[in-house]
Ligand binder design. Structure first.
Ligand code: THU
Length: 160
């Protein structure tokens, strides 16, 4: 028998403690909530993807009367980045969300399907995606990519 252990860490920053580049990416995610189509949940999520050449691609959640047809902000942004910039690497992803009462106190963490899409993006680029999750109480910064966010995930190599 062998036992394995996985340990991960994350940091929480006050918004003003973030460096200027991180603040700008979080601001881009906050701005992106303006494009949210969320009449059913009233929950507006914005995502901003940073590419290795400094390009920022944004997305927001797009809901649908047929609920499962909608898509989260993270995947909207990641798919737009993949389509428009297939040769560039995604190095960071910021997420922010607000409801009728304003920005969430706690950071919104990406859902399982979005993490799976992040894993596919990382498998193409070989680069873990730095994740910045905004909340009024602080911004969580997770450096480890999906090795942290989605351990043991299914990937192309699972089919070998
Ligand atoms: N949503 C996102 O866009 N990203 C997340 O990480 C969590 C959930 C959206 C989906 C749906 O439009 C609304 O938030 C409520 O679940």
């Amino acid at each position: 028998m062998k036992e394995y252990k996985k340990v991960f860490s994350w940091r929480v920053y006050g918004f003003d403690e973030l460096d200027a580049k991180d603040r700008a990416l979080v601001e881009a995610a906050k701005d992106a909530t303006g494009g949210s189509h969320s009449p059913y949940s009233g929950f507006k999520v914005g995502a901003a993807v940073l590419l290795d050449d400094g390009t920022v691609v944004t997305g927001s959640n797009q809901e649908n009367a047929a609920y499962p047809s909608g898509l989260c902000a993270e995947r909207t942004a990641l798919f737009a980045a993949g389509h428009n910039h297939p040769d560039k690497k995604v190095i960071a992803l910021a997420i922010a969300a607000r409801n009728a009462n304003g920005w969430t106190d706690r950071p919104v963490t990406p859902c399982g399907s979005c993490r799976q899409v992040m894993a596919e993006t990382e498998s193409l680029s070989g680069v873990p995606i730095r994740t910045l999750l905004y909340g009024k109480q602080g911004t969580m910064v997770i450096e480890g990519g999906t090795a942290t966010l989605l351990p043991f995930c299914f990937g192309a190599d699972s089919m070998e």
